[in-house]
Design a protein around this ligand. Sequence first.
Ligand SMILES: Nc1nc2c(c(=O)[nH]1)N[C@H]1C(S)=C(S)[C@@H](COP(=O)(O)O)O[C@H]1N2
Ligand SMILES: [Mo]
Length: 431
Amino acid sequence: MTEKTETKDETVATSRRRFLTGSLAAGGAAMAAGLATAGPAAAQGESVITEIQDWNRYLGDGVVSQPYGVPSRYEANVVRRDVEWLTASRESSVSFTPLHELDGIITPNGLCFERHHAGIAEIEPSQHRLMINGLVDTPLVFTMQDLMRFPRENHVYFLECAANSGMEWRGAQLNGCQYTHGMVHCVVYTGVKLKHLLGEAGVKTNAKWILPEGADSAAMTRSIPLEKALDDCLVAFKMNGEALRPEQGYPVRLVVPGWEGNMWVKWLRRLEVGDQPWHQREETSKYTDLLANGKARRFTWVMDVKSVITSPSPQAPIRHGRGRAVISGLAWSGNGKIKRVDVSIDGGRNWTTARLDGPSLDKALHRFYLDIDWDGSELLLQSRAIDEAGFVQPTKNELRAARGENSIYHNNGIQTWYVKADGTVENVEVS
Ligand SMILES: Nc1nc2c(c(=O)[nH]1)N[C@H]1C(S)=C(S)[C@@H](COP(=O)(O)O)O[C@H]1N2
Ligand SMILES: [Mo]
């Protein structure tokens, strides 16, 4: 009302001052509860609040100035990143999700990590087909339109590359949870249950396995037991409500809930049904785990229970000094839901149960928080997740005792962040 007139400045200033008094009272309550020792500043005429800013004075851009919306330019550092020395080329490489900048459990589409073995296939959907052949009554070829006429379902699932944290097997290496843990994303998929498509083709009674194949030039193939295919696998064409991004397999990808990312074939063009596994490159030379005794673990599909503190972390130091601080992180398990997350600030000597917040969904990321009063002393931050199947995230030494030091894949060991007195954070290992 008066805010639209020339007296606006004063009106706004007065009401903001009143608001500040209110929030100070709330701060007092928090202090009484033993939380903050430092908090919002007392109202003393800071220019950013007493002086009218440009954005408060001039008209802004109109609607559709961005036909497809993008984040604020002040968020330009929230991007996928890669590590140049890790791979020989960007076509067979990986980029990492900026976990340290995100919150909640859903990964925005443009920030989902990418893992391609032969670059991004650019597929025109009208020219795309999905074939089902092998041990079926009727081999079939589906168009995208055909797929979209089957009953649809929506599910939130995490996808983790088996190589996530692989560089950390022998010790702390990369400085930031984007790099150590960023080969994971979690979106809501819209798709058709694979069992409906297999049912349409009619699976023969001696069938035991399926082989999904990608339409990219890597022609990615993996053997998947028929039991899993008929259980919860999805043939998905949407992520977070919109079409899959080209990076994530547009126009259609396989979703294999809780299992290693390599099996989630992107640009899905064929599903062969067979009576035994095919022993493809991706399940013999790669995606196997060489143990200390020279034997290799094979078909290690389920992603084990795991967690990481996303903030504070090396890329997200504590900038506000001592007092009220939020420790935030993610936990997930290929076995189902997360039952509990414990957080330690002293390198695993003492543990406090963290607060799980937001939806707790089967085989999805879970968000946890621990609200602390930081006294400014050094911390060794760790998180330890426990899933509903009863699995407890191991220490890195426990993991190495079981699997040796040759492995790359399936590192779900406890991560340690060393928080220094100045709030900067480093990747370290507490053994
Ligand atoms: N066709 C095809 N599918 C693929 C790949 C690929 O290179 N080609 N990479 C796999 C690997 S190793 C992983 S971890 C996931 C990564 O999925 P994203 O790029 O959506 O994160 O896709 C899998 N599906
Ligand atoms: Mo992967």
